[in-house]
Design a protein around this ligand. Structure first.
Ligand SMILES: NC(=O)c1ccc[n+]([C@@H]2O[C@H](COP(=O)([O-])OP(=O)(O)OC[C@H]3O[C@@H](n4cnc5c(N)ncnc54)[C@H](OP(=O)(O)O)[C@@H]3O)[C@@H](O)[C@H]2O)c1
Length: 395
């Protein structure tokens, strides 16, 4: 029986709140706080209507450490779940340190003025969390998150040696808009417009953005073209999966999406530096975010499925082995269950499961941990029960 404080009332925050509300034995009290209170109210009403549970809501600016500390001290949660934006990771970790509470997130820190996500800022907190006797769990979404746990599971059970990992992320769904992003547009566009990067034979290899693609056959979706991107879990998996020779990340994009993105880039709408407009400064990508559909509203007419997994190659008992460990999630079923599309669903469910691992003390430690450093078995068992069944396919 534990009280949890969820920060961020967007697409993912809604799913986390619904899923925690479903498990009253673990999450006996839920407080949802965000910058805009009306977004918390919307989720509070949904949870009351769909799940018959009351949650508390609060307004907070998570960039302001003192405000968050005051909220934590008033609420007294056993865990703070950060599903706001990556910009809030460090102020929220500072607040957790000051208040002496465990922390969990789904995306690593990046500075607002530079599109460059890296774990170094958060790994630097390890000593301070360790001394305070509290735990930070990083990357408890789908990718990062479940994909890291799939690799840990493969290392523990399926392979003696892992040589190659390809993380394959396909959203085979259709939301009916000419252009929209499935999670926060600013974070999403910053991620995919930066240079691609993968790790091979002990070093990082950089490529031009979206300059390498390949067609994969995704379970339940079929053949789709995927592009090589840099993604944050590569940085931690290189450290924690022994003997890796190569790891890459691939994501599918449709032609319509890529054409819109190219035009937006060419006209400067994806710029992250401020420009002067009619006597005031605006950041083009933030203005673009205001024009695009809110990801938390995409779910209602979304059809199709996501199909995400890890293609892993290596050896077991001296024999070559290649497996694909994956999950398929349906947009319409996600909407039915928690009023969200499958990208928010596949992120929010593992967030709830990671939180459960900490609160039930199945995962325990002092310091800062990436999710693949913990035992994959109880997490994967719970993940399947909570709505994301997963499969191992021998290739
Ligand atoms: N690991 C994964 O698989 C994965 C996948 C998708 C997303 N993610 C991560 O999940 C997080 C949430 O994504 P999302 O799609 O739910 O984004 P979103 O819909 O934009 O929601 C973000 C929420 O955070 C709130 N927020 C922003 N700044 C804040 C601040 N200073 N203080 C308090 N609240 C603040 C926003 O408030 P306002 O309403 O006031 O703007 C909004 O409600 C992001 O970090 C994203 O990178 C991870």
């Amino acid at each position: 029986m534990s009280k949890v404080l969820i920060i961020g009332a967007g697409g993912v925050g809604g799913v986390v709140t619904h899923k925690c509300a479903d498990d009253k034995d673990t999450f006996s009290e839920i407080v949802l706080a965000s910058r805009t209170l009306s977004r918390c109210e919307r989720i509070q009403t949904q949870v009351r209507e769909l799940r018959g549970r009351e949650i508390e809501i609060a307004q907070v600016d998570a960039d302001d450490v003192a405000q968050t500390v005051a909220l934590i001290k008033r609420v007294q949660p056993a865990l703070v779940i950060n599903v706001a934006l990556p910009y809030q990771d460090l102020p929220l970790m500072d607040a957790c340190l000051e208040a002496g509470v465990d922390y969990l997130d789904t995306a690593n820190y990046e500075p607002p003025d530079e599109a460059k996500f890296e774990y170094k800022w958060q790994w630097d907190y390890h000593g301070r969390f360790e001394s305070a006797g509290i735990m930070a769990l990083l990357g408890s979404g789908f990718d990062p998150g479940v994909t890291n746990v799939f690799c840990a599971y493969a290392q523990k059970h399926l392979f003696d040696e892992i040589d190659y990992v390809d993380i394959l992320d396909c959203n085979g769904g259709d939301h009916g808009h000419p252009f929209a992003t499935n999670f926060n547009p600013e974070i999403n566009i910053r991620e995919i417009t930066q240079r691609g990067r993968y790790w091979e034979n002990g070093e990082w290899v950089e490529i031009d953005p979206m300059s390498q693609s390949r067609t994969f056959d995704f379970p339940a979706v079929g053949e789709r073209k995927a592009f090589l991107l840099y993604h944050e879990e590569l940085e931690s998996l290189v450290k924690h999966i022994d003997g890796l020779k190569r790891i890459r990340f691939w994501m599918t994009f449709g032609d319509e999406y890529l054409t819109h993105l190219r035009v937006l880039q060419n006209v400067g709408m994806t710029r992250i530096d401020p420009i002067e407009y009619e006597g005031r400064e605006i950041v083009p990508i933030q203005f673009l975010k205001a024009l695009l559909p809110d990801p938390s509203t995409l779910g209602e007419n979304y059809t199709g499925k996501t199909s995400i997994g890890c293609l892993i190659e290596g050896r077991k008992n001296g024999e070559p082995r290649k497996v694909f460990i994956y999950n398929v999630c349906d947009h319409e079923e996600s909407w039915e269950e928690v009023r969200a599309q499958a990208v928010s669903y596949t992120t929010g469910v593992p967030t709830m499961v990671g939180a459960k691992m900490l609160l039930t003390k199945q995962w325990r430690g002092s310091g800062v941990f990436n999710i693949e450093q913990l035992d994959p078995d109880p997490f994967l068992e719970e993940l399947a029960v909570r709505g994301l069944p997963w499969h191992v396919k021998e290739m």
